[in-house]
Write a protein that binds this ligand. Structure first.
Ligand SMILES: Nc1ncnc2c1ncn2[C@@H]1O[C@H](COP(=O)(O)OP(=O)(O)OP(=O)(O)O)[C@@H](O)[C@H]1O
Ligand SMILES: [Mg+2]
Length: 366
């Protein structure tokens, strides 16, 4: 493909730089950066199908801010050289991430925007992200399909699993090690729920989810993009002078299909006032504060009540010596034994807490 055909048609002009593409048994596809956008061109039918599929997906994503805008495509009758060529907006070149938390939240909103449009990207790897100003844009939509379909299985994993896998693989330059930790804990939850492999549809859709001690609502937001009916409860004040629920409502107001419901409430009161059952509940790094507020027996009764009303309960707690960790929890085994009074307990993942001589384990109770 020469630039001249496009110059004649007034679509793309000037310097073309070859920046990517591939060849395989079916044929070849070439990617160029031009002053007018990214040109992808192919000679073969197989790549034509996947490139036109990409342009359709970019059309569905148009206006979201999470995918390049589709600009133009041409089939063979108009082209001298290639069989098919497309022009899409240039998302630019990735910059280093300076705010891991913003990037992680951007990835949640990216998957939310796709699923809101009932699309699956299907190949959400790091090379297929352009990250600028900590904001991710997904490129390379050639594998994409409606989420209800099984689709091509280049990556068998769900987009949300891939997204959090990408986040977990990135250590933030600003040292926010909570960024990979949130992602890894959610990967453990999705794994236990059997929701990591794409089989068509969203397996957790419609299930009730509550995060007790949700801070700014990151886990409820992750549950929303699985299609869950997701809520978070938090008293709000964690760092002095901050109201995490108010901040969280601001952070997630543009989450699609909708923001999580965040309650600013004492967890004891909320559980007493709400009698409905939940499919999935979690309590991460919150139990010691409940013990501080109302004593061990009351906090234990609360956990017992939540587990009784939950299909599955996910629990993580500081060990003694890690901040407010209770004296009774010297080692992970102490937490496991304690949880076993209510059901079958599994230790899912153990993650070091940076800056503390400690790690924390996520357990499930069924
Ligand atoms: N819209 C875009 N904006 C900026 N860069 C892009 C855009 N589209 C593609 N690129 C660049 O071109 C490279 C190759 O494009 P793309 O990922 O779509 O195809 P590919 O990876 O070669 O194909 P495949 O994954 O099917 O082998 C990307 O890694 C990226 O660097
Ligand atoms: Mg690619």
């Amino acid at each position: 493909m020469t630039a001249s055909q496009w110059e004649i048609d007034g679509l793309a002009s000037g310097d073309w730089t070859h920046i990517g593409g591939h060849s395989n048994a079916q044929g070849a596809m070439a990617v160029y950066r031009t002053p007018d956008g990214i040109v992808k061109a192919t000679q073969d039918e197989y790549s034509e199908l996947s490139l036109s599929n990409e342009m359709e997906a970019l059309g569905v994503m148009s206006g979201s801010g999470f995918a390049p805008e589709p600009l133009h495509s041409m089939a063979d009758k108009h082209l001298a050289g290639p069989r098919y060529a497309s022009l899409q907006a240039d998302a630019g070149v990735s910059e280093p991430i300076t705010d891991g938390e913003a990037f992680r939240r951007g990835m949640i909103k990216l998957v939310g925007a796709m699923r809101h449009r009932r699309l699956r990207h299907g190949d959400l790897t790091e090379p297929n992200l352009v990250i600028r100003g900590n904001h991710p844009v997904a490129i390379d939509w050639q594998e994409s399909h409606w989420i209800a379909d099984k689709g091509p299985q280049k990556q068998p994993w769900t987009d949300s699993f891939m997204a959090m896998r990408d986040v977990a693989g990135i250590a933030a330059a600003d040292g926010q090690m909570d960024t990979p930790r949130v992602a890894r804990r959610w990967l453990a939850v999705l794994t236990e729920l059997g929701a990591t492999i794409h089989r068509g549809g969203l397996p957790l859709e419609g299930q009730a989810f509550v995060d007790f001690g949700c801070f700014m609502g990151d886990f409820p937001a992750l549950a929303v993009i699985e299609g869950m009916v997701a809520a978070g409860v938090d008293a709000g004040g964690f760092r002095t002078g901050e109201n995490s629920i108010k901040i969280g409502r601001g952070i997630w107001e543009d989450l699609h299909p909708h923001p999580p419901v965040l309650f600013e409430s004492n967890i004891f009161d909320w559980v007493a006032d709400n009698s409905n059952p939940f499919e999935v509940t979690m309590m991460f790094s919150t139990f010691p504060y409940l013990v501080q507020q109302q004593g061990w027996e009351a906090a234990e009764r609360l956990v017992s009540e939540i587990i009784a009303r939950s299909g599955v309960f996910f629990f993580e707690c500081q060990l003694a010596g890690d901040g407010p960790g209770p004296e009774r929890f010297q080692v992970d085994g102490n937490i496991a034994r304690w949880l076993e009074q209510w059901g079958d307990v599994k230790a899912l993942v153990t993650i070091p807490v940076t800056g503390r001589p400690a790690s924390r384990t996520v357990f499930s109770v069924r």
